[in-house]
Design a binder for this molecule. Structure first.
Ligand code: HEC
Length: 161
């Protein structure tokens, strides 16, 4: 995008037979227009690179979690943990039929709803997260796994379902 913009600008300047100041005005107008176009595209490509990296890291979660929309399996995984389809925006500990630990259910009942930031924090250390959240040093998590690196990417990836 930027290279293309640069080429277009150069070409514009070379072929232009207008007085210098007008050419400069055009130059800035075109540059401004290109920037407007480029920004959303760049934000999007940044987002999808996080999602791609997250997909890679999600391999570590698959032994315990599947992603399934109703009866339709999207990502095959284990059942030790709850289905993670649509987890962002969902109340913690609320998948019907899954046997959660009491403390995650308690956090959900106290208002914990997963968003990208909270989920990323949780998967780095579920037990400490619950203890902080509930203000209870005795709180426990049934998820023993900790993801040390790439938690934000995995959260972005889960947000894509
Ligand atoms: C060894 C099995 C295991 C692994 C690996 C694992 N989890 Fe979990 N996960 C669980 C269990 C069990 C629970 C339920 C925790 C509880 O009830 O306290 C859970 C709960 C969760 C929840 C809360 C869901 C809800 O419905 O409130 C999220 C989010 C989550 N896991 C994400 C992940 C992600 C992302 C990964 C990979 C980075 C991962 N888990 C890896 C077993 C696992």
């Amino acid at each position: 995008m930027c290279d293309l913009g640069y080429l277009l600008l150069n070409r514009r300047l070379k072929v232009s037979d207008q007085p210098k100041d007008q050419t400069m005005t055009r130059h800035f107008k075109i540059a401004a227009a290109l920037l407007t176009l480029a920004s959303p595209a760049m934000a999007e490509s940044h987002m999808s690179s996080a999602v791609l990296a997250g997909a890679e890291d999600f391999r570590k979660c698959k032994s315990c979690h599947e992603i399934a929309d109703g009866g339709k399996t999207i990502v095959t995984g284990g059942k030790t943990g709850p289905n993670l389809f649509g987890v962002l925006g969902r109340r913690a500990g609320s998948v019907a039929g899954f046997k959660y630990g009491d403390d995650l259910v308690r956090a959900g009942e106290a208002g914990l709803v997963w968003n990208e930031a909270l989920l990323a924090e949780y998967i780095q250390d579920p037990r400490t997260f619950l203890q902080d959240r509930l203000g209870d040093g005795a709180a426990r998590s049934r998820m023993s796994f900790k993801l040390r690196k790439g938690a934000e990417d995995v959260a972005a990836y889960l947000g894509s379902f």
